[in-house]
Write a protein that binds this ligand. Structure first.
Ligand code: BGC
Length: 741
């Protein structure tokens, strides 16, 4: 930035004689500026744009006053400063931030206005921290509850994830901070993520796994995208010809930069030729402990330059990469009108609180909630006090403030006792089996003894951000709650059945005790203000209005991804002979891990519906403290499609927000189609007694499937149904209509 200001003032002083170069003229069209800058650069300077110069930055062009790009995780807040050349934290005193709710919570709000507020707020914090690229949002599809990283994504439905990603990206980028939508594509599990080759049909790719990315790029206008670690068509995603060149840059017309995931690049020639623009994080420690691997040794550094010099990379490719990086720099670091930003403001805390409030899902309530004051309350569970912004991998945040559930429940009710009940170990790397069984037994006994004397028990457990839980780089090892929580819940219920479960997790989990528990709240990681949101929902100050962005199957085998054995999840080793895979690679991993997405297009509720396997709690489900009455729905042709309308009335005593959902199903088709698919939703606020009419348009595109033979989207004439409902299974109006020939 200093270079830029210097050049500008020199230019102003001599403007009588020299004209401002176009690339420095903030009023000139972006493309002219980029072309002008490009025309002044040497090949070496262009190459320098395409790889890291530190763990989280890449070079600009110092000679021309073009600044560096600074990046940061993402996606729930701005990560603490990382050292120049290793993964350690820099321990600054000024990098603590607001932790916003996890993206899975944002999806549970089903409210694009919350996504806009989120993008605006996190963008202001990124700007204040002088970041040009925020590594998020994540829009990979929730395929299995075992994926350790689902909390960073927006659920199992591509339409919901896409619609929510757009305002996040648009508002974030208004701060001069680029979104980097990740992880493109099919990074739907953490196990073997660096190598697994995903075998997926083109139909599932286009209908399920790509649409949210497409929306993020085309409607959100994302300025950058992050390649995934895994492989597809046996080629790594970060330099995958079909994914990056044909689909992203070709079919979708993406004009931004493709950035690797950190360490996701594996080959110079592929990286040079197949659409990668910026290589980050290759090798582990860069110059410090691996002196053999400096930043110049990156695949897109000297080896790339040598390939160009050898005449093996066309100028057009070199220029295309540099042009995309320059565009990214001009849109962010070079943006003269970008705001200064701010962090940890009352507005940001209010935003985090409001998003959290709207995300909590009430799964069950026999009337115990909202909880009246005046009771002796016992809170049990480690998550009532544990700071859940620690751990989880790259999304870890250093928070300035963190309101825990115990703190907020105590403030709301006064008379609150606490028992930990179980212990999980250090954040991130702790393992439950490190904790001696005697310790777990005594924690459990202590909680059970206290429960016998309480009027009501609020259980705040769930998963946490340790490895093998909701954490990057590993998948979960069991669908059941960890750390002996099922046993603990059963023992607590035996002495005090008056229990509210208020678990925190970024994933579905088994609930073997569900029939015995009077009330269950499902909350994701809500960050700085999470405890306050939870306490307000428990007390009724906030009427819950979140709905599930993913199905909660009764058991793991009921989930489509798990219905076909290990071929489908987690995969298998395709190395040709036993000699080539004696126990896999040196770490015991498969040599050539492959995975077949055998449930194909039937992901999440599409599987439950079509195979008639009811979920314990279905996609789109969530209760309220009031009741919404759906009137008779209607459908009418509107010239270009159909309009569906339904009146919805709040017939209870408290104000609330209802999420009205539209699904469309094809009665008969030449290919297998899911019973129905989400095509619209609207969250409406209703005062007691109030009625609103909700309308949705159904377009021709909403009727189409991806036809592999013709490689195009096809709507087959015939009968369809529009379903209007309060969840994917709670359908209140079924409205037939016909697409005529
Ligand atoms: C993660 C990315 C993250 C990057 C930088 C990788 O391990 O997969 O999501 O943005 O690290 O921290």
């Amino acid at each position: 930035m200093k270079f830029l200001l210097l050049s500008l003032s020199l230019l102003t002083a001599s403007s009588a004689v020299t004209q401002t170069p176009i690339y420095l003229d903030v009023n000139a069209p972006l493309e002219d500026r980029v072309e002008d800058a490009l025309s002044r650069m040497t090949t070496k300077e262009k190459v320098a744009l395409s790889h890291a110069q530190s763990k989280f930055s890449s070079a600009g062009c110092e000679r021309l006053g073009i600044p560096e790009l600074w990046m940061s995780d993402g996606p729930h807040g701005v990560r603490a400063e990382i050292n120049w050349n290793d993964w350690g934290y820099s321990n600054w005193g000024s990098d603590s931030v607001t932790a916003f709710p996890a993206l899975t919570a944002l999806a549970a709000t089903w409210n694009p206005e919350m996504a806009a507020l989120y993008g605006k707020s996190v963008g202001e914090e990124a700007r204040y921290r002088e970041k040009d690229v925020l590594l998020g949002p994540g829009v990979n599809i929730y395929r299995t509850p075992m994926n350790g990283r689902n909390f960073e994504y927006m659920g199992e439905d591509p339409y919901l994830a896409g619609v929510m990603a757009v305002p996040y990206i648009q508002e974030l980028q208004k701060n001069g901070v680029a979104a980097c939508v990740k992880h493109f594509a099919l990074n739907d599990q953490e196990q073997w993520r660096g190598a697994v080759n995903v075998n997926v049909s083109d139909r599932a790719l286009y209908e399920i796994y790509l649409p949210a990315f497409k929306r993020a790029v085309q409607d959100g206008g994302a300025w950058s995208i992050m390649g995934a670690y895994n492989r597809i068509w046996n080629q790594h995603c970060c330099h995958n010809e079909r994914l990056l060149d044909d689909i992203l840059k070709g079919e979708w017309g993406f004009d931004g930069a493709v950035i690797t995931d950190w360490g996701g690049c594996h080959d110079t020639r592929e990286a040079a030729l197949n659409g990668l623009d910026i290589e980050m994080g290759s090798f582990t420690n860069g110059l410090t402990s691996e002196a053999d691997f400096g930043f110049n040794d990156y695949y897109l550094a000297d080896p790339y330059y040598n390939l160009i010099e050898a005449g093996e990379v066309n100028d057009s490719i070199v220029n295309d990469k540099a042009r995309r990086v320059l565009r990214l720099i001009f849109r962010t670091a070079m943006d003269q009108s970008k705001p200064f930003g701010n962090k940890c403001t009352p507005e940001h805390y209010a935003a985090a609180k409001q998003i959290g409030d709207e995300s909590i899902v009430l799964l069950k309530n026999n009337g115990i909630l909202p909880l009246a004051p005046g009771k002796r309350i016992l809170v049990v569970g480690e998550n009532a006090t544990r700071r859940l912004t620690d751990g989880g991998g790259s999304s870890e945040l250093k928070v300035k403030d963190y309101i825990s559930p115990l703190q907020a429940i105590t403030e709301a009710y006064g008379n609150v006792d606490y028992a930990m009940g179980y212990k999980s170990g250090r954040p991130m790397y702790g393992r439950a089996d490190e904790i001696p069984q005697a310790v777990q037994d005594s924690l459990r006994a202590q909680a059970v003894a206290k429960a016998a004397n309480a009027d009501v028990v609020i259980f705040v457990g769930g998963l946490n951000k340790n490895s093998f839980q909701d954490c990057e780089a590993t998948d979960r090892q069991s669908y059941n709650l960890p750390f002996g929580q099922d046993q603990l819940i059963e023992e607590l219920l035996a002495v005090n059945p008056n229990m509210i479960i208020a678990n925190i997790s970024g994933n579905a989990y088994a609930m073997p005790w569900i029939d015995k528990v009077p009330a269950v709240l499902h909350s994701s990681y809500l960050g700085t203000m999470g405890g306050a949101s939870m306490a307000d929902v428990i007390s009724g100050k906030v009427n819950p209005s979140g709905k599930l962005p993913y199905s909660i199957p009764v058991k793991l085998e009921d989930c489509g991804a798990h219905a076909f054995g290990e071929k489908s999840y987690p995969g298998y080793d395709a190395a040709p002979s036993a000699e080539e895979r004696p126990g896999g690679d040196v770490y015991g991993n498969p040599v050539d891990p492959q995975q077949d997405y055998m449930e194909d297009i039937l992901v999440g509720y599409r599987w439950h519906d079509t195979k008639k396997i009811p979920a314990l709690f279905p996609f789109g489900y969530g209760m309220s403290y009031t009741t919404y009455d759906y009137g008779k729905g209607s459908i009418a042709e509107n010239g270009s499609g159909w309009t569906v309308s339904v009146p919805v009335t709040n017939v209870g005593n408290v104000a609330g927000q209802e999420i009205v959902q539209l699904y469309v199903g094809d009665d008969k088709a030449s290919v297998l189609r899911p019973v129905k698919e989400l095509k619209g939703f609207e969250k409406i606020a209703l005062a007691p007694g109030e009625t609103k009419i909700v309308s949705f348009d159904i377009t021709m595109d909403d009727l189409k499937f991806y036809d592999e033979a013709s490689k195009s989207w096809v709507a087959e004439p015939g009968k369809f149904k529009a379903y209007v409902g309060a969840s994917s299974t709670d359908i209140r109006s079924t409205l037939p209509f016909e697409l005529k020939k």
